[in-house]
Design a binder for this molecule. Structure first.
Ligand code: FAD
Length: 627
């Protein structure tokens, strides 16, 4: 620790993360900051060009309303999100993002993102809300705009490859963050008048399907590790929907996207016997009325129907790619055009993967898969925390002044319950289906609001030097632990005095998988399993003091796993509190297998008390603003 330089950076707004929401925040904040002579600083643990969930690129922008063309209304979108989340959503937040999202997409296009157009110059839709893009370089294009905006504001506003660990507090106000460089022996202290969290969701909290030689392969690339949840919890913020994990169904083993197949190619998925599981379980859909009886059927219920067949021994589940391609080709009037169409569809199918999940194209090639000839297996992935997608976990943030009901409005838009701490994207909860465009939009909304907060509360942060020294010692401790004990055994992996981050992660994942309803338990849990899981997590937490790091890279791995562990605890506590099964297909509470609208049509929120170290879990009302 002795040779670690402490670097202090003072700024007005600190944006943490360099993903979609943070890039949106940077572009917007730079505009307003210039007017007020303020400084904006962004810090990302990776390189912005390829950081976060969009790192590999995407093949579709999943949220575009098309308001100007009259394609859809913002109200329609709110209804869609509410239905998909089985009634539990902050309609004010969803509304606010949806009303601004089209302008974000138009900016992306202006910056050079190729969006598919039809012969009339209209965007090509994948589904009602999704538009097709050539998105291999999506993140680079968006990051370039964010970097240009911050660089225009002044020098040294961007810090890449700096991993943020903890919030800095001045009483009950968040006034910055601390972390370390993953390349140099530098400990960073960022002091700010407001902080905007955009560190994404969490992957590898649960044991993944891909273990052993496939370790690291997941639907959600493992860049985001619960840092948003940890940071906001540690600052004392109220959190919401921590029980709402997301389990996507994707092409098996390489996790390739299914959206283009279901929506663009109108493909059907069946069990191994060729039965369409969406049609063979009307009784189950009835059981989850009204949501099961309203179209579109929520994603979790669609998962649930497939899983019922799998549990009944009717797997594998297949995407009938060959049927979809042949059917679309047959729609052409003559043989020549049929052949041409077939070639086009094949190209689109492969490009869909090459745009965002290259490994799926490799797996298809390696397994001699011709999608026009034979079906491909799909499967439910392991659970993820991604509040901007079809999950909902994140901080409880204040709603927009003009539409939020009083219960959802206590301060500046998108500010958490902690003064000066703003959240966007996966970091802000109960506003699912933001996706890439909506996360960028929410970053813009939150940044504008944070700048207003700074202008109206322009006080210098007061940070106690002792707080910083204590944090520095604690954060760097795993390096000291390794140095101190590494010689005590011949194999540095096996040592009674410490635990390495990989082993720690395996232990966390085993607990979550077996007690909190992971893949091996077919996503099923109960009160007793959850309580036992909490006991084991408490012991894991004790052992986190013994984490050891051989290098800066491993130091990052140590803290990533501590962050995941806190996300895990918030999840177990919230699943335990909600005594019903609202999202079968994401998880089943075997002891409360039914939906209970009367008692549980509410948010489950939680908070960790910074002063007492105690957790509280409680209900908040669901208030509808759209009929
Ligand atoms: P991210 O964009 O993930 O950014 C998080 C940022 O935080 C990254 O820069 C990361 O490096 C940084 N970070 C994390 N931890 C730390 C730390 N401790 N310190 C400093 N920095 C940190 N949307 C669509 O519109 N269309 C799609 O087809 C689509 N497909 C998707 C497929 C997958 C597999 C996934 C995972 C998401 C998909 N999405 C899609 C959703 C979209 O990617 C997300 O909604 C969006 O990226 C969320 O933005 P964010 O800023 O919250 O997080």
């Amino acid at each position: 620790m002795a040779n670690f330089e402490t670097v202090e950076v003072s700024t007005d707004l600190l944006i943490i993360g360099g993903g979609m929401s943070a890039c949106g925040a940077a572009v917007e904040a730079a505009y307003w900051a210039k007017k007020h002579g303020l400084k904006v600083t962004l810090v990302d643990k990776a390189a912005m060009d390829r950081s976060g969930a969009v790192a590999m690129g995407l093949s579709a922008i999943n949220l575009y309303i098309g308001q100007a063309a009259g394609d859809n209304t913002v109200e329609d979108y709110v209804r869609y999100v509410r239905q998909d989340l089985m009634g539990i959503t902050r309609e004010d937040l969803v509304y606010s993002i949806a009303r601004h999202v089209d302008s974000t997409v138009h900016l992306f296009e202006k910056w050079g993102l190729p969006i598919w157009k039809d012969e009339n110059g209209k965007y090509v839709h994948e589904g009602r809300w999704q538009i097709m893009i050539n998105g291999e370089s999506y993140k680079i294009i968006v990051a370039e705009a964010a970097k240009n905006a911050l660089n225009a504001l002044g020098p040294d506003n961007i810090y890449e490859r700096v991993f943020i660990v903890e919030p800095l507090m001045d009483g009950d106000r968040c006034v910055g963050a601390v972390g370390f460089s993953v390349r140099e022996n530098k400990f960073y202290v960022f002091k700010a008048k407001a902080v905007l969290v955009g560190m994404g969701g969490a992957v590898h909290v649960f044991r993944p399907r891909s273990t052993g030689e496939g370790l690291g392969r997941s639907w959600y690339p493992p860049f985001n590790t619960g840092s948003s949840a940890y940071f906001t919890l540690k600052a004392g913020a109220e959190m919401t929907c921590q029980e709402v994990r997301f389990i996507p169904v994707r092409f098996k083993d390489a996790y390739g996207p299914v959206g283009a197949w279901f929506l663009l190619f109108k493909s059907v998925a069946t069990n191994a016997l060729g039965e369409d599981y969406m049609k063979t379980h009307p009784d189950v859909l009835e059981q989850y009325a009204p949501y099961g009886l309203t179209k579109p059927i929520p994603a979790n219920l669609r998962n649930h129907l497939g899983l019922i067949d799998e549990r009944a021994g009717k797997g594998p589940i297949y995407m009938r790619t060959e049927e979809a391609i042949q059917r679309l080709a047959q729609e052409m009037p003559d043989e020549k055009q049929r052949k041409k169409k077939l070639k086009e569809l094949e190209a689109e199918a492969w490009e869909d993967f090459l745009d965002m999940t290259i490994s799926q194209a490799l797996l298809w090639a390696a397994t001699n898969t011709f999608p026009e000839e034979k079906p491909s297996e799909i499967a439910a992935c392991e659970p993820y925390f991604i509040g901007s997608h079809s999950g909902a976990s994140g901080a409880w943030v204040s709603g927009p002044e003009d539409i939020a009901p009083a219960e959802y409005q206590w301060g500046y838009t998108n500010m958490s319950t902690v003064k000066g701490l703003f959240c966007a994207g996966d970091a802000s909860g109960a506003s699912s289906h933001k996706f890439s465009s909506g996360s960028f939009t929410e970053g813009r909304i939150a940044a504008k609001s944070a700048i207003r907060f700074i202008v109206e509360n322009n006080e210098e942060p007061k940070v106690d030097a002792a707080q910083i020294e204590e944090l520095k010692a604690r954060i760097l401790k795993p390096l000291d632990t390794f140095e101190q004990y590494k010689g005590m055994t011949t194999d540095p992996d096996v040592n009674p005095n410490y635990i390495r981050p990989k082993q720690f992660m395996f232990r966390l994942q085993k607990i979550m998988d077996e007690y909190a309803g992971g893949v091996s338990k077919s996503f099923t849990t109960n009160k007793y399993l959850l309580e036992r899981g909490l006991e084991l997590l408490a012991m894991l937490k004790e052992d986190s003091e013994k984490l050891a790091a051989e290098s800066l890279h491993e130091l990052m791995r140590c803290w990533e796993n501590v962050h995941r562990m806190w996300q895990a605890e918030a999840h177990i506590r919230s699943v335990l509190f909600r005594e019903e099964t609202r999202w079968p297909g994401y998880y089943i509470r075997a002891d409360f297998p039914n939906l209970d609208e009367e008692n549980w049509k509410c948010f489950v929120n939680c908070r960790w008390d910074r002063n007492t170290g105690q957790w509280e879990v409680f209900k908040r009302p669901v208030i509808s603003i759209i009929d």
